[in-house]
Design a protein around this ligand. Structure first.
Ligand code: CA
Length: 226
């Protein structure tokens, strides 16, 4: 994860501050783009798209609060807002429109870099948590394509994994074999339903026979507590 170059959009019209922030973040290994006005910021956020935005409130065009509102409406992205010292209104409105953190000017570049790293760590954690599905004692991590049952990791083939994800998408619901074949294997006809059966057998052997119920003549259901 850390080897991927993370992109930061810096939105600040005061050239000296923008340059200092950009230089510090580049030194931290980020790819940085700087824009100096509201409309440009919204366009850049669409084009890049950034992993984090460092956003000044006072901007030409429209202000940072409006920028934040528009960007968050399109795609959630962590925002570190830069406010004038003591401006509580900007701070409160900023948090209301989706800023995640703020710093009052003047700030140290070291502190700024630390805040940007912290925002990214938090965003990564949220992304990982969102891709983990827990059903009873079954845990499916879709980002890492790993499965645990009762806390013990179980190694599945790629097809077994995809099949399990489909069954887990609708627990306790009978999914017809033809439907699983179409969704997992992409086959439109029912000639390969034996393929589904053999992969179900594999899942049962690895995850436990009690996990998947057979509904004869119809299909399969994942028997877990939601
Ligand atoms: Ca400004």
């Amino acid at each position: 994860m850390e080897t991927v170059e993370r992109r930061v959009l810096v939105v600040e019209d005061e050239r000296a501050i923008a340059d200092a922030v950009a230089a510090r973040l580049r030194a931290e290994g980020f790819r940085v783009e700087v824009v100096g006005d509201g409309p440009g910021a919204v366009a850049a956020a669409r084009r890049i798209p950034p992993d984090v935005i460092v956003l000044d409130v006072m901007l030409p065009g429209f202000d940072g609060l409006e920028v934040c509102r528009r960007i968050q409406a399109e795609r959630p992205v962590p925002v570190l807002m830069l406010t004038a010292r003591g401006d509580e209104t900007d701070l409160l409105v900023g948090l209301a429109v989706g800023a995640d953190d703020y710093m009052a000017k003047p700030f140290s570049m070291r502190e700024l870099a630390a805040r940007v790293h912290a925002l990214l760590r938090r965003a990564d954690k949220v992304a990982t948590a969102a891709s983990i599905k827990r059903l009873g004692d079954l845990e499916i991590n879709q980002a890492e394509r790993r499965v645990l049952r009762g806390g013990v990791e179980v190694h599945l083939t790629p097809t077994e994994f995809d099949l399990l994800v489909h069954l887990a998408g609708r627990p306790r619901t009978v999914l017809p074999r033809e439907r699983l074949l179409a969704d997992v294997w992409g086959w439109a006809d029912a000639s390969g339903t034996r393929t589904v059966d053999s992969h179900i057998k594999g899942l049962r052997r690895k995850l436990g026979a009690d996990l998947i119920r057979t509904v004869h003549g119809v299909g399969y259901a994942l028997e877990v507590d939601r």
